[in-house]
Design a protein around this ligand. Structure first.
Ligand code: IVH
Length: 753
């Protein structure tokens, strides 16, 4: 969006005006983060996102009283990635970097750090690798875990996959390794490997990856246990093409170095992969030269870069300058301007998202820009379309702003031939016909007010419920959500709203048929026999042998059976997942975890005033208001009621009650617990969550540092190891006591000795 935020004069006089603006900015930034997180809504371009954050920072600098706890300037924008992988708590938080976009801004930053440092500094200039951040934890020189960044505090344990990435030593070379050392770096595909990988994808009939970063993230976050032997071979081959370069350290008691560049020397001597491209310079203008040089020679580098990172080389200054909640003050990222291309604007269509926003989209002739193929870009709203001056049929300039989001810059007017036509924003919702309207006076965005039953919104919400960061229900993706909420047959959808999700039956889903439409023409695709090809049928005809045994009529397909089983299983998933699935504004995994950990049940959340919700670490006024507002709506309460009746568990078993875990410092504070086997009343993840909620550390493997192992039927080698090490083993009931009362609540173990 050509955002009004950027470059606007700062109000010097009015706190209330600044407060109102900061509130709007915060809402927009959080909304963009929500959208980025689940991709169900069009998102704003990175440059615009950055300018919103910059503007908010500026206001908070002028009026520090405006800085609330949930201000996006105080939090890392990443998502707590909640997947099939075990959670790993980083010993030291993984921060992000602040950005500058011009040499002037960079020199402004350097002036300030030099002033704050009170002495001459050296600048370490490095390439900003466009990859996936990884934290390697070494204990006494041995690699113990590799984890993604996640939300900066807790990441995903990808240790088993990192084994296949070449160049990462399992055991460090040399000697004098610290007892604990966290090494941070970036995992990425070198440009040549990425090109080969995509060529292989195309050859085997698979879709190519959109860009090297997605491919790296997708490859590293695969689960070996879910693969067939052939897929496993492919996965290992792909992981083998990944590389890592280290660019920093986390926890490390006494680095054996005085400067960051010396740290790299030490790490390289220990066999860790460091970049060959860095340089230490004694002045900011020389650092600016480095920035300019690589701006012109990006393609000479063997991997994708999206900017330059400048760090103060002196380590003692890192400690002195410190960090904000989000980023260190001793480093800055210079982001290169995004790449631009021309393409044809074929159409502008309006789509309605999960929250009802009606968004015009540019549909373009497919084009490659900044390493990925683009065919659609959001145009945000009717005013933006007008401001950009684009007509349907125009040749347009497209830039891939920052990392992922493509942005239409404007038309190439000279290439018009008179056939172009103006876009007209529809007055009614293209999906349900309701009159579109702004949510409140002064809003530019138009919304469909029929939130409860607009099929597009219901579809979006149902898809969100099934998504990884919510209830992670296998089968319940985009296609199944559409089938359940907008089937071609029957006329009345099985899910007119999400309230009925947990009472779906086979009889509801068997009749469903969905037509597949061609993305380009919008026409229904046909089979060879002329019938419309149906995707995601939940039913099939009986087989010959089934007929022999008397089966008649439609039989459930494997996906129907799986869908219903997975929906049933989701009822007892951790509370935070259930909170995310309620589609409360701004309540993504990070806020939901904070609320679930603190309150332990939906009732406790619902009975709390906004002011109390806002006090929870990780929640602030905006999220608190959104939660309270959500419960004001009758059909929202109906969802909770229907789900409760269907057996959805709206509480964390064994949770000690609102605030109790924090107040007591957590009954498991300082203790490490491993949950293994099937513990009655807990899913595996639920048990891990409960341990974390009680202040403990949930570990995935048993070691001498483990304090308790909670084991249920099916526990295997972890149980055996616990027995060998003499670690106290608990059954599900004892585990519940431990969670509630801590170790003191357990009866003294009776040992054989
Ligand atoms: S230093 C305390 N150096 O960029 C933060 N980061 O946009 C230390 N990145 O989260 C980060 N190349 O994952 C650093 N040479 C480099 C980097 C780099 C890529 C990533 C990193 C960081 C992100 C911030």
């Amino acid at each position: 969006m050509p955002d009004a935020a950027a470059g606007k004069p700062v109000p010097a006089d009015s706190l209330s005006a600044a407060g109102a603006e900061a509130h709007t900015l915060t809402e927009r930034i959080l909304a963009a983060r929500d959208a980025y997180y689940d991709r169900s809504e069009p998102v704003i371009a990175d440059v615009d996102y950055d300018s919103l954050v910059q503007r908010l920072e500026e206001l908070e600098r002028l009026f520090p009283e405006l800085q609330s706890q949930d201000s996006p300037t105080q939090t890392v924008g990443g998502r707590a990635e909640t997947t099939l992988f075990d959670p790993v708590q980083h010993a030291e938080r993984m921060l992000s970097l602040d950005n500058v976009f011009s040499i002037e801004e960079f020199l402004g930053w350097s002036e300030k750090v030099e002033r704050d440092s009170g002495r001459p500094v050296h600048y370490l200039c490095e390439l900003k690798i466009d990859g996936l951040a990884i934290n390697l934890r070494y204990e006494n020189g041995v690699l113990v875990t590799a984890a993604t960044r996640g939300d900066g505090v807790v990441g995903e344990d990808v240790s088993e996959n990192i084994d296949f990435v070449s160049g990462i030593p399992r055991r460090l070379a040399g000697s004098n390794h610290p007892p604990l050392m966290e090494v941070r770096g970036e995992v990425f595909f070198p440009a040549a490997s990425f090109a080969e990988l995509n060529a292989a994808q195309v050859e085997s009939g698979e879709r190519p990856f959109a860009n090297a970063r997605n491919a790296a993230s997708g490859s590293l976050r695969q689960k070996a246990s879910s693969k067939t032997p052939a897929q496993l071979l492919l996965m290992k081959a792909r992981l083998g093409r990944l590389r890592m370069l280290v660019h920093g350290i986390g926890a490390w008691e006494r680095p054996a170095a005085l400067s960051q560049s010396e740290v790299y020397g030490v790490l390289a001597n220990w066999g860790l992969p460091t970049s060959e491209y860095f340089r230490v310079v004694p002045s900011a203008p020389e650092a600016a030269e480095f920035i300019e040089y690589y701006g012109e020679h990006r393609s000479s580098v063997s991997h994708e870069i999206d900017g330059i990172v400048i760090k103060i080389d002196e380590l003692e200054l890192h400690a002195e300058l410190g960090a904000t909640n989000r980023a260190p003050r001793w480093a800055i990222a210079y982001k290169y301007p995004p790449e631009q291309v021309n393409t044809k604007l074929v159409d502008i269509v309006v789509s309605v998202g999960r929250t009802g926003r009606a968004t015009p989209f540019a549909v373009m002739e497919k084009v490659r820009v900044a390493g990925s193929e683009v065919r659609q870009a959001t145009l945000h709203n009717q005013d933006v379309v007008r401001a950009k001056g684009v007509l349907i049929g125009d040749t347009i300039v497209l830039r891939k702003a920052g990392d992922v989001i493509p942005e239409v810059l404007g038309p190439v007017v000279e290439l018009r031939d008179g056939t172009e036509r103006e876009f007209v924003m529809p007055t009614n919702c293209p999906e349900c016909g309701t009159l579109l309207a702004p949510a409140k006076d002064g809003d530019i965005d138009l919304r469909c007010p029929n939130a409860r039953s607009c099929p597009a919104q219901v579809r979006g919400r149902v898809e969100h419920i099934g998504s990884r960061g919510a209830l992670d229900i296998e089968v319940l993706g985009e296609v199944a959500a559409a089938a359940l909420t907008q089937p071609t047959v029957p006329d009345t959808p099985p899910l007119p709203t999400e309230a009925g999700l947990f009472t779906l039956t086979l009889a509801d889903v068997l009749p469903i048929q969905v037509t597949v439409r061609d993305a380009e023409t919008g026409l229904a695709k046909e089979d060879q026999d002329g019938t419309e090809k149906l995707r995601m049928p939940f039913s099939r005809n009986p087989t010959a042998s089934e007929k022999k045994t008397g089966a008649t009529g439609l039989q459930p397909s494997a996906s129907a059976i799986k869908l219903l089983a997975e929906i049933d299983r989701a009822k007892t998933k951790p509370l935070w997942r259930i909170l995310v699935s309620l589609n409360i504004r701004h309540v993504g995994p990070v806020a939901a975890r904070a609320l679930a950990n603190h309150f332990g049940s939906l009732d406790a959340i619902r009975n709390s005033a906004a002011a109390d919700l806002a006090l929870v670490d990780g929640v602030g006024g905006i999220i608190a208001d959104a939660v309270v507002d959500w419960f004001q709506v009758d059909w929202h309460r109906d969802i909770v009621e229907a789900w409760t009746k269907a057996g959805v568990q709206f509480s964390t078993p064994g949770h000690p009650g609102p605030g109790a875990a924090e107040a007591a410092g957590g009954v498991l504070s300082g203790l490490t617990v491993v949950a293994t086997g099937s513990l009655e009343g807990f899913t595996r993840e639920g048990a891990q969550e409960a341990i974390i909620a009680a202040g403990g550390k949930s570990a995935s493997s048993v070691s001498k540092n483990t304090d308790f192992v909670a084991a249920g039927p099916g526990a295997g080698s972890k149980l055996a190891k616990a027995e060998t090490l003499g670690i106290r083993i608990l059954d599900a009931d004892e585990f519940r006591i431990l969670l509630r009362e801590g170790p003191g609540g357990l009866s003294v173990a009776v040992t054989d000795a």
